[in-house]
Design a protein around this ligand. Structure first.
Ligand code: HEM
Ligand code: HEM
Length: 244
């Protein structure tokens, strides 16, 4: 499958004039924005004992999302499949070099440099989730805590590179990649587009995440049953245990 083509000199200069096709199916987009939300939430709640359950829940959510993404990388649509974007470091170097030339390589799916960051983000999520689980369940020793925190900080750095890469590629190729991750569409030829957005799969994934959050919320310890509900534990029960 050919997903790369040189940027055509005769392509319309105005990006808005270029016809668009569906590139990112709905599961990829819902997965992405849930990852962003969960990562931000997990990071913001990491240091506080009071928010521990929220932190753990968002961390497990990310691990579950990555599990889903692994499966979707085998079963999903054309540009979601690992086989369409996993390339070696040599391809990434070639791509970055081409950006400095007057014929930058253009990839309608993930470019090879972006793909490396994506694989790192997926791998780091697995490492953070597994070490977080071990720390939370008192399995293993102190080094797992260090691994957990170190991998989370490394992931923050990779996210920074990822976002910088997205903004840079958007500028160089004169296309709004962030908006593509929202509506799924990019400039391209009709035969390059995916036909099915698989919204039903995305809806199922979103429902599974919301159901998991609801179950975690219901299971939250409540220090004062007379006040009722798990909200009480956040509002009152754990207030004094905040360690930040
Ligand atoms: C905060 C944590 C973030 C994580 C963990 C993350 C993770 C990912 C992953 C795993 C992908 C691959 C999508 C797939 O094929 O399933 C991806 C792609 C993408 N992300 Fe993020 N992302 C983050 C933040 C952001 C932010 C803040 C933006 C917007 C500024 C962004 C914009 C994009 C875009 C545009 C793509 C598609 C890139 C392309 O066209 O090749 N990401 N991201
Ligand atoms: C994947 C997303 C996650 C991120 C980005 C993340 C990030 C972090 C960070 C940065 C810390 C260090 C806070 C500090 O400075 O003390 C931390 C602590 C912690 N995390 Fe996570 N974490 C994630 C997932 C998880 C998961 C899945 C669990 C458990 C199932 C978990 C359990 C914990 C626990 C128990 C601590 C406290 C460790 C200690 O006592 O120092 N985390 N997390």
């Amino acid at each position: 499958m050919k997903t790369t083509y040189a940027f055509h000199a005769d392509a319309p200069a105005d990006p808005a004039a270029r016809p668009t096709v569906m590139v990112w199916d709905a599961p990829v987009r819902v997965f992405h924005w849930l990852m962003v939300l969960s990562f931000a939430g997990a990071f913001l709640t990491a240091e506080s004992e009071r928010w521990r359950l929220v932190h753990v829940t968002l961390g497990y959510t990310m691990a579950g999302l990555v599990g889903f993404r692994m499966a979707w990388g085998l079963l999903g649509t054309r540009y979601a499949r690992f086989s369409s974007f996993v390339r070696g470091p040599a391809a990434a170097v070639r791509y970055v070099r081409s950006l400095l030339s007057d014929r930058p390589e253009h990839h309608i799916g993930h470019n090879p440099a972006g793909a490396l960051a994506i694989l790192a983000l997926l791998g780091l999520t697995v490492a953070i989730g597994a070490s977080g689980w071990a720390v939370y369940n008192d399995v293993g020793s102190g080094w797992l805590e260090d691994l957990h925190e170190g991998a989370a900080n490394l992931m923050l750095a990779v996210v920074g590179v990822h976002v910088a890469g997205v903004l840079l590629a958007s500028r160089l190729h004169r296309e709004n990649l962030v908006m593509s991750m929202v509506n799924g569409r990019k400039p391209g030829r009709p035969e390059e587009g995916v036909r099915n957005a698989w919204r039903s799969v995305a809806a199922l994934m979103l429902m599974a995440v919301l159901a998991f959050w609801w179950v975690q919320w219901q299971g939250a310890p409540s220090s004062d049953p007379s006040v009722g509900g798990p909200a009480a534990s956040v509002a009152a029960g754990e207030r004094d245990r905040d360690d930040d």
